[in-house]
Write a protein that binds this ligand. Structure first.
Ligand SMILES: Cc1ncc(COP(=O)(O)O)c(C=O)c1O
Length: 398
């Protein structure tokens, strides 16, 4: 999905822009993505890495909802050496826009046509079994090419990856396959995010020990591949998890995944969510608002209707919990969030106007609201909030 590029100082009804590029995307509701924040976060994270460790920017799910093209280019300009995607299609889209860095497909590709497409687009598949390795070898041999692949083994996540013992056999077999080049061997941490005590710390240590133990069992002749284990939390928490590369997602987008969050480490959230006031209503005391009348005015009230709803990715379960910001004021959201709109109580700030921009996530003066704040109100995680914004919302690069 291509992002729209709009300079931040354009006026709302800039007719010239509208004529040149079509209607201004910032008419109803939109996301603003700041590539400078992504670049700065990348540099910040790289400065924390152990020597000889590189950073893979994880840009799956359309760059965690920010727009994969914008994020990939910004991260690469900040020093990321490679990109991680979840699906073949996501990888192909990055190649189509001309990115030629190493790209790893983190999801499992099982079909030989998908693996063939991987070879043709120069994407590295993740292999978790001998079956996939044999398919890749056959495809590469038939094309007389060398196929860069990576092996994943499970150290405790119990998702993708082969067993530790099988990894040894698989890697030795791949080493003997003339058309396969082992570019990386990796695993994924299960409990390093969030609060880190007792079980979480113990299991992370155990995963790290299992990870190390594989390499101590490999013949020294098998060399030249990158070992990688850490996600954002692993990268931030412990340098002994860094190895040759780290795969960073959430932190790149400006969020520290480690709880409790005492320090955002200088990371800057790169995404803001904005929407406009579309109607202002004066209502008396005792009026029920929105579906189910879950909110009833307890005073004569000024209500503002905002053009964004759950079909844009603002979860209905946030109804009555969030606030919106505008011109230095805080507006509590009231009543049920509906598919395309929500309502705020503007009684305490009656100077509000139709067309005013409201910030749902982002800064307004000294105040800011983050995806973390929403996730805490909604029993969710910031990853989920960021990836939840739908493509009905234009992504505007500022
Ligand atoms: C295999 C793998 N590595 C790295 C990441 C990045 O994780 P994070 O966003 O916590 O940095 C993910 C994300 O889910 C992943 O699935």
């Amino acid at each position: 999905m291509q992002n729209l590029i709009v300079s931040s100082d354009e006026s709302f009804f800039a007719k010239k822009t509208a004529l040149l590029r079509g209607p201004d995307p910032r008419q109803r509701a939109w996301l603003e993505v700041d590539p400078k924040a992504i670049k700065s976060n990348t540099q910040n994270l790289i400065s924390r890495l152990s020597e000889n460790c590189s950073l893979m920017a994880v840009v799956k799910a359309d760059g965690y909802g920010h727009g994969a093209e914008t994020v990939s280019k910004a991260a690469l300009s900040g020093g990321a050496r490679s990109l991680g995607v979840a699906t073949l299609q996501e990888g192909i889209e990055l190649r189509e826009i001309g990115l030629n860095c190493p790209i790893l497909v983190l999801g499992n590709l099982v079909d030989s046509n998908e693996l063939l497409a991987c070879l043709e687009w120069q994407l590295m598949p993740t292999l978790s079994s001998m079956r996939e390795a044999l398919i890749c070898q056959n495809i590469a041999k038939s094309k007389d090419q060398v196929f860069n692949i990576q092996v994943k083994f499970d150290t405790g996540m119990t998702r993708l990856g082969c067993e530790l013992g099988d990894a040894l056999v698989l890697i030795k077999a791949i080493d003997g396959f003339s058309n396969l080049k082992l570019a990386g061997v990796y695993s994924h941490l299960a409990l390093v995010d969030g609060a880190f005590e007792g079980k979480a710390e113990e299991i992370t240590k155990q995963q790290n020990n299992r990870f190390k133990s594989l390499f101590s069992q490999l013949p020294s002749s098998i060399i030249g591949f990158a070992r990688h284990l850490a996600n954002s939390a692993g990268t931030i928490r412990d340098n002994s998890l860094h190895y040759d590369m780290v795969r960073v997602g959430l932190a790149l987008y400006g969020y520290n995944p480690i709880k409790p969050i005492n320090d955002n480490l200088g990371l800057q959230p790169a995404l803001s969510v904005k929407a406009r006031v579309t109607l202002i209503r004066k209502v008396p005391e005792g009026v029920g608002v929105s579906y189910g009348h879950k909110f009833v005015t307890n005073r004569p009230s000024l209500l503002a209707v905002i053009g964004i709803g759950y079909a844009d990715g603002v979860s209905r379960s946030l109804s009555g919990k969030i606030s919106l910001l505008s011109n230095g004021n805080v507006y509590p959201q009231v009543g049920a969030i509906t598919m395309d709109q929500m309502i705020v109580d503007a009684t305490d700030h009656p100077d509000i106007q139709v067309g005013d921009v409201m910030t749902l996530i982002g800064h307004d003066g000294q105040t800011s609201i983050t995806a973390n704040d929403w996730s805490q109100m909604d029993n969710a995680i910031p990853w989920e909030v960021l990836c939840g914004f739908k493509h009905r919302l234009p992504r505007v690069v500022i």
